[in-house]
Design a protein around this ligand. Structure first.
Ligand code: PLP
Length: 359
């Protein structure tokens, strides 16, 4: 099998052992043996988030957006109101979900704006908001939003914090207990380095009473899904069986590497990219202090005269995948270091881009 270097922000490059874990004996997911696997997955996710004892977890056969939709539509109802930090495409997606279900909400911050603690505090002080929803790593810009600072404001104002940590959970160390996060969603195929097809929500045990009453959703009912899994060791509907085995393997590999060492590896890989691309003359969308160290949005104006597609195709032929940008009114592309990548992979990427620019 060829080693593909995926610099798109997930699904990321997976290890050989995660790929191998897909090939298993056929099994009916209603068997007890499979139930044990599901419980091991859920327990592993809690360990990754430092969320044992005080948190529950629940899985969906869905892409990451499914977990975000489950989280918002189960946590909120028309008697509650959420303030959404909309400083990128994924914050805006949360708003779109709330609009679709008629859930009361307001937004703060424009695309690319760094969240301002004082402005958020000012909004929350009035007492009209019961929840605040934010993206941790805003994958559209590569901005690491200040989770700790915002969590402190939420705690001061007694507002429940909802976090989409899709592209940080598993690599960036997050302590759900310390931050008193109410809900956190992520998926199998980003920083946990598993296959695509599963997403999950971790939620504080105190939220169970609210969830029971709230959900407007049939498939994405967090409470029903969690209760069924807890009591029967099964998802309510058919899971992607083989993807679950690969996810368990990926969780084991995350715990074995440890989240803090994985974070060091990602930061080191990102630095190779950042230094190499700077030296080649590229400029970046964000100032250095806002960079996540997981993804960089890179300006392409003036430096890729044959266009992004030509650049993409040249690299793709050399087993490297780069990704277009989504920032409005800004001509960018994105490179992420999510996945089973080593420093030498990023050095290879830079040497190939150097050769491309010389041609
Ligand atoms: C922060 C964030 N939220 C949500 C999503 C949506 O995930 P999916 O495409 O798996 O539905 C992504 C995907 O990149 C993301 O980065």
């Amino acid at each position: 099998m060829e080693h593909k270097i995926l610099l798109n922000p997930g699904p990321g490059t997976t290890s050989r052992s995660v790929k191998d874990a897909l090939v298993v004996n056929d099994i009916c997911p209603r068997e007890e043996e499979f139930g044990t696997l599901m419980h091991e997955i859920v327990n592993g996710l809690k360990v990754i988030g430092n969320a044992e004892d005080e948190y529950e977890a629940c899985l969906f056969a869905a892409s990451g957006t499914g977990a975000v939709e489950a989280m918002l539509t189960s946590a909120l109802d028309e008697t509650k109101k959420v303030l959404i930090v909309t400083n990128g495409a994924y914050g805006i997606r949360m708003k779109q979900i709330c609009e679709s279900y008629g859930l009361p909400h307001e937004t703060i911050h424009a695309f690319g704006e760094y969240p301002d603690r004082d402005r958020i505090k000012e909004k929350l002080v009035g007492g009209t908001f019961t929840h605040l929803a934010m993206i941790h790593h805003e994958t559209s810009t590569g901005m690491m939003n200040p989770l700790k600072e915002i969590s402190l404001v939420c705690n001061e104002e007694d507002v429940t914090l909802i976090v989409d940590a899709m592209s940080s959970f598993g690599a960036y160390p997050i302590n759900l207990k310390e931050l008193n996060i109410g809900y956190l969603a992520a998926s199998s195929n980003k920083c946990i380095q598993g296959m695509a097809g599963l997403s999950f929500v971790l939620f504080h045990k105190d939220q169970v009473q609210h969830l029971q009453k709230n959900s407007k959703n049939f498939y994405f009912d967090l409470h029903k899904q969690w209760k069924y899994l807890k009591e029967k060791g099964q998802l309510r509907f058919t899971p992607p069986v083989q993807v679950c085995y690969a996810f368990k393997q990926a969780i084991d590999e995350t715990l074995e590497e440890t989240v803090s060492k994985r974070w060091e590896r990602y930061k080191q890989n990102w630095q190779v990219l950042y230094d190499g691309m700077s030296e080649l003359g590229f400029e970046f969308y964000l100032p250095d202090e806002q960079q996540s160290k997981i993804l960089i949005a890179i300006k392409r104006t003036g430096i890729l005269p044959k266009g992004f597609d030509h650049f993409h195709d040249y690299l793709y032929e050399r087993n490297i995948t780069v990704y277009p940008g989504v920032i409005p009114e800004s001509d960018t592309f994105r490179m992420a270091v999510i996945g089973d990548l080593q420093k030498s992979d990023l050095e290879y990427v830079i040497s190939e881009i150097r050769s491309y620019l010389k041609n």
